[in-house]
Design a protein around this ligand. Structure first.
Ligand code: PMP
Length: 401
């Protein structure tokens, strides 16, 4: 029997999908399951997006498209990032992909040779590790525990960049923690980055429209515009426009990097589908009331989750200010037993598994994101499920001894 390539052994199936699958199975068995596990938005884009897609369908030329992305879509993206204060970019600085995940894979291939180092903070979005492993890069994890609000400090970044990694990958707002860096914090990190010209900086900022409490979205190039020659901004329609299945992602950065992504596209995918392209133009240039309303809804849901988390003895839960995740430190429960089922909780995986079995609530163990003391609650479920789901978690904590 011939063998699979070694990279397949290194890439692991997503732990998030495993929990989601278990929740699905229990649901099929008739259990009442509330899912806080996968990070999918619970809303649809506005009608104008469907209309644009339908129009594209009826007039679809059906031919291959641009490897970069259609001009109209890239122009719409440029207009969109201009509103985020990311100005001075042209079409040559941009590229699209089949979601931000694909853009990030392309960047991994474009920037990392085998054995090069990519540094990123922990907790991290799960696919970062897999991307590094598939391109055979070395990973340097920068631990950001709950005691420092899951945020990277300038001193940590300084120490990491002094080792000259090829790439530093930064995610703001964060999945899984929901933390958002303030302008002052971004300024301080940008200051450090200016000292180390040999490192590419990728900012995965796909939740940039989901920021609460007036904190605002900030990028290193806002602080230090000269960093535009090595900061690569990554964006997506998945989370903020409620369009995960349409598979549209983008990057804006140095021309050479955009061109490398275009070249990879020409070899991997040719172009993202024409229908998704038309939908993307409509989403980016049309009414913005859906993302705005959702941001307000998520802020209210964050408050609801935090109120309960803060009241549970022993739980440390830094207050998220973006995305749609809460990431409580549940490590005070390790070593306890769940009274009603008699099951022991040794770690985050046990916690989430017994919680799912006993209470029918699916959350993701923090170890999936490199922080085994925590678990991730994704609060995009339908609003009527949120209060009962959180109440079940509260009860579960109360049943541990
Ligand atoms: N980056 C982060 C931080 C994410 O949370 C996700 C999706 N979970 C992605 C990238 C990938 O998004 P897309 O659907 O655009 O591929």
């Amino acid at each position: 029997m011939p063998q699979l390539a070694s990279r397949i052994g290194r890439a692991k199936p997503s732990a998030i999908m495993q929990i989601a699958e278990k929740a699905k199975r229990l649901k099929a068995e008739g259990r009442d399951i509330i899912s806080f596990s996968i990070g999918v938005p619970n809303f649809l884009p506005g009608e104008h997006v469907y209309e644009a897609a339908r129009n594209a369908l009826s007039h679809d030329s059906g031919q291959y498209g641009s490897n970069r992305g259609a001009d109209a879509m890239i122009d719409a993206f440029l207009e969109h990032i201009g509103k985020l204060g990311l100005t001075g970019y042209g079409r040559v600085n941009c590229a699209s992909g089949v979601g931000a995940k694909h853009v990030l894979y392309n960047l991994g291939e474009a920037l990392l040779d085998e054995g090069d180092t990519i540094a990123f903070p922990t907790p991290y979005w799960t696919s970062y590790l897999d991307i590094a492993e598939i391109v055979n890069a070395k990973v340097e994890l920068l631990p950001c525990p709950p005691e420092q609000d899951y945020k990277l400090t300038p001193a940590q970044l300084d120490a990491a960049l002094a080792k000259k990694p090829r790439v530093f990958l930064f995610n703001n707002p964060s999945n899984p923690t929901g933390m958002v860096y303030t302008r002052e914090e971004i300024d301080a990190l940008a200051e450090v980055i200016t000292k180390y010209p040999d490192t590419w900086i990728i900012t995965d900022d796909i939740y940039n429209k989901m920021v609460f409490d007036g904190v605002g979205y900030h990028n290193f190039v806002h602080s230090r515009p000269e960093l535009k020659d090595r900061v690569i901004f990554v964006d997506s329609l998945s989370k903020t426009y409620g369009m995960p299945g349409w598979r549209v992602g983008f990057m804006a950065g140095p021309e050479s990097v955009a061109q490398a992504v275009v070249t990879l596209n020409s070899n991997h995918i040719t172009n993202i589908p024409e229908i998704a392209t038309a939908a993307a133009v409509a989403a980016l240039t049309g009414p913005q009331d859906v993302p705005q309303a959702k941001c307000a809804e998520f802020q209210a849901k964050r408050d609801q989750v935090m109120e309960v988390m803060n009241a549970i003895p022993g739980v440390v839960c830094p207050r998220p200010q973006g995305a749609f995740y809460v990431f409580p430190d549940i490590s005070s429960t390790f070593g306890k037993t769940h009274g009603p089922t008699g099951k022991a909780i040794a770690n985050d995986v046990d916690f989430c598994s017994v919680l799912l079995e006993a209470k029918g609530v699916a959350c993701v163990p923090g170890s999936a994101f490199g922080e085994p003391r925590a678990m991730r609650i994704s609060y995009t479920c339908p609003t009527p499920q949120l209060a009962p789901g959180i109440e079940r978690i509260r009860e579960f904590f109360a049943e541990l001894a």
